[in-house]
Design a protein around this ligand. Structure first.
Ligand code: ATP
Length: 236
């Protein structure tokens, strides 16, 4: 999900997660998982931590989800390992950095294998390594059948998404593929702004380069989006 500041991303994401049950027009809404709220990782970890340490945080999350007692311990250790938090698992929050606290919040949210998980600009304060861990975790959850809602303003992060919803002024202005969002769907006039640009967002660098070269007649569609797709074009 993408959109400029104040476009309504968090509002929609919270409705999907079942954390807000009343829409902006006062109508009642049901979240993706019905009456069960879905895990939701925010930009700032402080507001979402309940335990005193990463291990306790994950343990609580699994207990709250009703996992049997004998499954809680191995699952806690597995997710601590996957997120690289094992060495700090029993540190209290004041001994951990903001990024490490955020990873613990992600780990707790991901541990329960819920039907839906929302990452709301969850990597904006993480370094490349930690951000990579969260992206891998999201892909792995998606591979196991969890619906992943990834809210971001860093549009290159949309690349692995199967569907993009872009908002502006509280309205979904685009709902479709990443390619369609960045470069327009079939029949789109290349000299017109793409759905991404119409939502006030800037194309990521590789997509922008592709659009410029396409406008100049240097490359033909499909315009490459990722480094891998660029390699294929350059190898031809
Ligand atoms: N469909 C809507 N109709 C009217 N107001 C809305 C709608 N969606 C969101 N709003 C209001 O717009 C404001 C900003 O919404 P929200 O926080 O969801 O935006 P955002 O895209 O997540 O912003 P940011 O990127 O800055 O976090 C809020 O006050 C919210 O109540």
């Amino acid at each position: 999900m993408a959109g400029v500041n104040g476009s309504g991303k968090t509002t929609l994401a919270r409705l999907l997660a079942g954390l807000t049950i009343e829409g902006v027009n006062g109508e009642r809404c049901r979240g993706f998982a019905g009456d069960m709220p879905s895990p939701y990782v925010m930009q700032q970890p402080e507001a979402q931590l309940f335990g005193e340490t990463p291990r306790e945080e994950i343990h609580f999350a699994l207990e709250w989800l009703g996992l049997p007692a004998d499954a809680i311990l191995p699952n806690t250790e597995r997710i601590l390992e996957e997120t690289g938090l094992l060495a700090f698992a029993d540190y209290t929050w004041d001994r951990l950095s903001g990024g490490q606290r955020q990873l613990a919040a992600v780990a707790a949210a991901a541990a329960g294998e819920a039907p839906l998980i929302v990452f709301d600009e969850a990597t904006s304060m993480l370094d490349d390594r930690s951000s990579h861990i969260v992206h891998q975790l999201a892909r792995s959850l998606h591979g196991q059948g969890t619906a992943v809602v990834w809210v971001t303003q860093r549009l290159h992060e949309l690349e692995p998404s199967s569907r993009v919803a872009a908002l502006s002024g509280g309205v979904i202005r685009y709902d479709g593929t990443v390619r369609g969002f960045l470069h327009g769907d079939t029949g789109h006039d290349v000299h017109e702004p793409s759905p991404c640009e119409r939502c006030g967002l800037r194309l990521p660098y590789l997509a922008s380069l592709g659009a410029q070269l396409h406008r100049q007649g240097v490359i033909e569609p499909p315009i490459p989006l990722s480094a891998g797709e660029w390699r294929e074009v350059l190898d031809k």
